[in-house]
Design a protein around this ligand. Structure first.
Ligand code: ADE
Length: 400
């Protein structure tokens, strides 16, 4: 990826020579070029600002140095290529992990660091209209910095670490805060018993020493839910977790949702029992304890309309394959089936798959013709042979 940064303080960007980003530059994975805006000023004093029309405090960045700097950068690509222009500013769209992923797909980013009261508004119009750039104003958060440079350091780091080969262990990207709408679980290292003060020993949670990978995964998932509920309840009820599907609210389930999920599962899987002539189907026979445990081991979403639970789905990284995202327990209340809600829920669960996912996985009854039709239409194909459970088939779909 090529990255250009225009700033009146080029030295501010020096930290990008350090650590993994510095290594990525030396390895040729990132071509980072920093430009001094003052080199494009025309006067002896290399002036880049002036007083604001209409009065008010502070100074405004002049259009001329910016237009020439942007023209210089935008015109330096091969074959008419153009960068996507990102202008950091407190009045921009919030910078999120989703935006970092989006920017990581771009071959070329240019950052324009404003200072003072901001850049003359006509520069944004010029960049879009005359240079043909896609311009995004992006804010690091709801506070005011002195300029865009600190924001660029943060954004370049968040984007660059998503590029192939920048982080040695791609799996370490999987279970991080904000990748799937939940905060990360707490981590521990040796010693297992640490004497933090004379006579005061702090232990690592015993489950982490148990060697039981399923128990560890369940404990970690529960920690993520608890931590998110405590520190960032807005994530559970807002943003990705709290998306709207038509008239319905989607939220990440907690143990408190288990009784309703169990009841809806029973209602939804009766037709499966009829189609497959078997009552021994997990959603029909599991106990409330099993449902609670499932919520601990998977990310489960609930769909509610006017408070009523009308649908649910769950997803998790396959315990034995970190590239496979398993989706299960897709259910829609019988009276609301056939309206596309199931398809939308499936798409929601797919969208929650962490980076590093190569394929989605589903399982359904051999004779569940309706489900099989829906899944085929959504791009899933049946895997040869028996499914993961007797009387079932597994289906997979590559992630595009
Ligand atoms: N420049 C000044 N404040 C900023 C913020 N909050 N985010 C991005 N750039 C900024």
């Amino acid at each position: 990826m090529r990255v250009d940064v225009i700033s009146i303080f080029p030295d501010y960007l020096a930290p990008l020579e350090l650590s993994l980003i510095g290594k990525a530059r030396r390895d040729g994975r990132i071509d980072l070029r920093v430009h001094d805006l003052r080199d494009f000023a025309r006067d002896r004093h290399r002036t880049v600002d002036d007083t604001p029309y209409g009065g008010g405090a502070g100074m405004v960045m002049k259009p001329q140095p910016w237009s020439e700097a942007l023209q210089h950068v935008a015109g330096s690509g091969a074959d008419g290529a153009r960068p996507r222009l990102v202008v950091p500013g407190p009045g921009g769209m919030p910078f999120t992990q989703a935006m970092a992923r989006e920017l990581a797909q771009e071959p070329w980013l240019a950052f324009a660091c404003g200072r003072y009261e901001g850049i003359d508004e006509r520069v944004y119009e010029y960049a879009a209209d005359d240079l043909g750039l896609e311009v995004s104003v992006v804010s690091l958060g709801d506070y005011v910095l002195n300029g865009g440079e600190v924001a660029v350091l943060a954004m370049v780091e968040a984007v660059a670490r998503l590029l192939p080969g920048v982080i040695g262990n791609a799996e370490s990207l999987v279970e991080e805060s904000h990748e799937d709408g939940l905060l990360e679980y707490p981590v521990y290292t040796k010693p297992a018993a640490w004497e933090s003060a004379p006579g005061r020993t702090r232990e690592v949670p015993p489950v982490l020493l148990s060697g039981d990978h399923h128990a560890i995964a369940a404990w970690r998932h529960q920690q993520r839910l608890d931590r998110t509920a405590r520190r960032r309840p807005d994530l559970l009820h807002g943003s990705q977790a709290g998306a709207r599907l038509g008239d319905f609210d989607v939220a990440v389930a907690t143990a408190a949702d288990a009784p309703e999920i169990l009841t809806l599962s029973r209602a939804c899987w009766v037709t499966e029992a009829q189609a497959n002539e078997s009552l021994v189907i997990p959603p029909l026979v599991e106990t409330i304890e099993d449902t609670v445990a499932g919520i601990g081991q998977w990310t489960t979403w609930t769909v509610r309309g006017a408070g009523r639970l009308v649908g649910s789905v769950r997803g998790r990284v396959a315990p034995d394959d970190p590239t496979l995202w398993q989706i299960g327990r897709l259910m829609v209340a019988p009276d609301l089936q056939g309206r596309g809600l199931g398809r939308a829920l499936l798409a929601h669960a797919e969208a929650a798959a962490p980076p590093g996912t190569a394929a989605y996985w589903l399982n359904t009854g051999v004779r569940s013709d309706r489900n099989l039709r829906i899944y085929r239409k959504a791009g899933y194909r049946v895997r040869a042979g028996e499914g993961s459970f007797p009387g079932t088939v597994d289906l997979t779909k590559p992630r595009r």
